[in-house]
Design a protein around this ligand. Sequence first.
Ligand code: ADP
Ligand code: ZN
Ligand code: ZN
Length: 820
Amino acid sequence: MKQNTTNSASIEVAVAFPADKTFVYAVPDSLAPFVSVGKRVLIPFGKRRITGYVLGFADREGNYDLRCILDVLDDVPLFPPEMIAFFKWVSDYYLYPAGEVIKNALPGGLNLSDSVTLGLTEEGKNAHLSHFLNPTETEILERLKKNNMRIKELSSSLNREIPLALIQSMEKRGWIVRQMELTGATTRARTERCVSPVSGISRDEELDKKLSVPRKEILRILEEHGEISVKKLREYVPTAANLIASMAEQGLIRICERNRYRDPFGESIDPDREPELTAEQQTAVSAILSSLGKGFATWLLAGVTGSGKTEVYLRLAAAAMERGLPVLMLVPEIALISQTERRFRARFGEKIAVLHSGLSAGERYDQWMRILSGEALITVGARSAIFAPYPKIGLVIVDEEHDTSYKQGKDLLYNARDLAVVRARQSDGVAVLGSATPSLQSFYNVRIGKFREVHLSLRVERRPLPRISIVDLRKIRDERGARRFITPELHRAVAETLQKGEQVLLFLNRRGFASFPVCAGCGEPIRCPHCDITQTFHRLDNVCKCHYCGFTREAPMLCPSCGSVHIQYLGMGTEKVEDAVKKLFPEARVARMDRDTTSRKGSVLKILRALKNQAIDVLIGTQMVTKGHDFPHITLVGIICADLSLSFPDFRAGEQTFQILAQVAGRAGRGQVPGQVILQTYAPDHFSILAAQKQDFRIFYQTEIGFRRALGYPPFTRMIQLRISGKDREKTQEIVQRLGESALTVRQKAEAFRKYVDILGPIEASVAKIADRYRWQMLVKSAKAKHLRRFVRQLCTENTGLFQTPGVRIVIDVDPFFMT
Ligand code: ADP
Ligand code: ZN
Ligand code: ZN
């Protein structure tokens, strides 16, 4: 491949279609001026027309006839050429077609033609007088005489597709103009009038004599505060608004309009000032900065909850930006603008771009273009922001790097945490992975010298970590009602906390009222008819719901097995906890935060706002409450049952349990008052629980790493999981069997495979049916990543038929996370 524009007659194109290679297409002369790397093109593919991405200019190998591209779909490239190496790496590693990788990487709504309207210019109105127009051009100009139209509308009114290249050429000739119908360049911004001091004004006595008292006061305040909003100024000098205009005319002060950002609470995000770093923060910042700009390095920032990791990120970002290096700040996907985004906004104002699912298509397009143009050097975003279109990344930070939301759960199953390290490496940049509970993988990388470590072992202002007491649930096994899961210890602690006017957080990682409805007549549990799992009873809506496929039926119901009316609602969920708390503490204001209470837009916000304003005394929630919230009045965290996730059929069950517990515990005592945690468990001796009690991931690591080594699990091996599912049980099972046999055959074919590749299964999945699809899985693992990928690739190429069986889906998951 050559970057050769003189011979631009053919280009390399990645198609957004399952194909494991790129293709070469010819460019007709008429389109040549519009083609460049990073734009989309419309191409003929078989009998269809599909979208492709221009990866580069290509040599015509041999003298065969190439097919021609049909159109160029973008005005400006959607990504810089430097990113192609990254896309290709992702494609190769995740065994995913390059064009599909790019399609997944680009945010939806980048389709320019959807958000652009066309209008007619004066020249356009008269074009027919002086130019020879082709019929399409004539028709377009005719339509646009009546009113402005979107390209799509134009196409449908003319009953055919209009090549974008034609629009572009008409635009070049000055006949039509495009108008962007996009929201402003920033999200949730509002301008506000501000005043700032003018340097060089000497406040001598003479000036002071001339000025009235309030004017003098204004100057003094500006001297003290620097720039300040008029609104704030009026808190000091109520008449300020009337005085500033004349003062500005005299050259005493300067007035300007500033963008002010609001957070989702509707509160304005004021610019903040850098606090003085703690000694530990300073050490961490200096260490990481010493490597910035000196080639690739990865740092693990292990800092206990509340130790001020975000301030470290802010300093690193500021330093990188000062040197002109782009910064990527990744945060876990949460239902809401994150604390981190708020604080980056406060520190850097409009210098940041944000990328997350809360943006409209237009906003996302704006943000993307601000990154592409180099206007925003810092991007804060969730998982998908790893694809932010910077040619090179100077610094990439991953906050809460252990968080499972960095793993994409559908389509391209990438892990943004891992890709952060890859992008840093390709850019000769620095990656920083931060967490209070680092993943085993990352800490292992520290141990073998791949990553460097800095740590923050103290909370800011030396606030103590919460004290965690473990309570054995087994001793109340025979209790009934609420006392089955609210132990006397927890009951007492809640009562005391409420008495002091402080807040309580109760955590249970399961929603609904009863997770195990069972027939008292025949003993059969109430199962989802579409999944191999019991339904959960939701009392508030009076339904039984399936948490896998969503199938819902009215309760009370007759037992589907025997017709009995006596259904017992065993097992618990957050709804049952809420019910119990309301009964035990009738005075308390209780709220619940889980997927059931937050499905409506704005509801998370409402709960968090109430929590912040102390309009809630007890908040009950699932994992949603563990993430990133900083509420100073929560002094008690109660973990209703710590071991729900321990029994998951996943080798990471212990790790995830430890992380969730330590994180939820870390929500306590973040303010002035120290916090305490009551952790209830049926497994008080389990090392994951004990390590969480100490809030020390090293203790967890010591034990867990031994298990992983002995059992040959990551980080000592890599895994690829093949998940096979289909609605027709027999047919799916047949494919599974053939795939399993083929895997064994392929393994025999190469020495390296026999030596390094292990095949487990295929076996029926632990939830054998979801949404009427029967599920199997096959796990392939190896200590050598290279052989593992080669093996699976060969398995795919030798079985293209199997992979394309109608009605049977085979998903390849590299480094799988959720092994249900
Ligand atoms: P972490 O992410 O490590 O849990 P945060 O970054 O949320 O911790 O910091 C906890 C609190 O400490 C925040 O309210 C933050 O504003 C405050 N903080 C951080 N660094 C400092 C500092 N150097 N001086 C004073 N307060 C700080
Ligand atoms: Zn029954
Ligand atoms: Zn179901």
